[in-house]
Design a protein around this ligand. Structure first.
Ligand SMILES: C[S@@+](CC[C@H](N)C(=O)[O-])C[C@H]1O[C@@H](n2cnc3c(N)ncnc32)[C@H](O)[C@@H]1O
Length: 351
């Protein structure tokens, strides 16, 4: 039994532990948490999962165009800060910085914000030329954010925040806990979560349920408040509040490229994720002064914003291996059933 598992077993022997607390321990325990380990879990071979960034630079290239449009809309300021919380290995920042040119590139400063030690190490390598040229910097999560003009963007940040599964059993709300015999659903007072779920349902059916992320308002405030004007853009797994409720959203475990619901096993050695409630995220951003909030499937966002005609023509001139890689990158992000249909992109504007 690993150290987290034995610590949890001792707690569970005293009283059941809510699933959100198990997730917090599994991902963020300072010594053994999955996102506090020295070695990274990303990529294809022998790792737990890959993200859209492992597929190629197309996401970063499309993001670069959205950020440049935001810079234009702000009146081409001399400095445009792009803050990426949960930046992981810094690959999206790298792809973004590689894609920009001209006056926008001169204005852009990329800030990587993620305390994950393995990710930070990888980011130092990925961003090395940009760090040396003062076009990028690494910030600690505890570093206070000064007011800035520009953009906050993230990929798979909010799905990595501890979240509590709740279900409507027909007469009352129950929450998922780890008890001595294993996971079970126990009656509890849902407070703000219950009020939110009820408000976003057309009439609850037994089995309906969703996830409640307690830390979401605080993090949204910390990230959106310092943005004086500009774009907030988030890419993540998730759905609207109503759709999550109807599907009975639950926690997922990723291990060695397989997905299951065993959130209480292999603590600290497997990734846990929770679908993001995009309705709630948009509502909280609205409370921080963001406007024009909308979210769409990633595949649609790519089809809308990537200049595919232009790129397609350029790709035809590439050596075959490179051309095929670009095509595959595009298909993964746009075909039904592939990565682009599992993610959503939320955008909002401040100022
Ligand atoms: C699923 S990973 C995504 C990493 C990267 N964006 C990617 O797509 O490969 C989630 C990351 O969010 C980080 N994270 C969690 N909470 C955070 C917070 N409050 N501020 C900054 N980073 C955070 C974790 O350390 C982890 O590296």
């Amino acid at each position: 039994m690993n150290p987290l598992q034995s610590r949890l077993a001792a707690r569970v022997a005293e009283a059941p532990v809510p699933a959100a607390e198990v997730m917090a321990l599994a991902l963020y325990d300072p010594d053994h948490g999955y996102y506090r380990r020295a070695e990274g879990p990303w990529g294809f071979d022998g790792k737990d999962y890959y993200t859209a960034l492992d597929l190629g630079p197309l996401l970063g290239q499309t993001l670069a165009l959205r950020l440049e449009a935001a810079w234009e809309r702000l009146g081409r300021p001399a400095r445009f800060t792009a803050l990426e919380p949960g930046a992981g290995r810094g690959w999206l920042g790298r792809d973004l910085l590689n894609a920009v040119s001209g006056p926008f590139a001169e204005a852009l400063v990329y800030v990587h914000r993620d305390d994950n030690p393995a990710a930070k190490m990888a980011a130092k390598t990925a961003l090395a030329p940009f760090l040396a040229a003062n076009r990028a910097r690494l910030a600690a999560e505890t570093e206070p954010l000064e007011p800035f003009l520009g953009c906050v963007f993230s990929n798979e940040l909010f799905d990595a925040l501890p979240a509590q599964p709740w279900r409507w059993d027909g007469t009352r709300w129950v929450r998922e806990v780890l008890a001595a015999e294993g996971p079970e659903w126990q009656a509890a007072e849902p407070g703000a979560a219950g009020a939110w779920f009820t408000q976003h349902s057309d009439g609850l059916e037994p089995g309906d349920g969703s996830l409640w992320c307690e830390a979401l308002p605080g993090l949204v405030h910390d990230l959106a408040a310092p943005l004086t004007a500009g774009l907030f853009l988030t890419i993540d797994y998730g759905e609207s509040a109503a759709r999550l409720l109807a599907k009975g959203a639950d926690l997922r475990r990723f291990k060695a490229h397989t997905v299951d619901g065993k959130w209480h096993e292999d603590l600290g050695e497997a990734d846990l994720t929770a679908d993001v409630d995009f309705t709630r995220l948009a509502h909280l951003l609205e409370g921080q002064g963001l406007k024009e909030l909308a979210h769409v499937e990633l595949s649609k966002w790519i089809r809308t914003h990537a200049p595919l005609d232009e790129w397609g023509a350029g790709w035809m001139a590439l050596p075959e291996a490179q051309r095929l890689k670009r095509m595959e990158n595009l298909l993964q992000l746009t075909l039904p059933g592939q990565m682009g249909s599992r993610f959503r992109v939320l955008e909002g504007w401040k100022g």
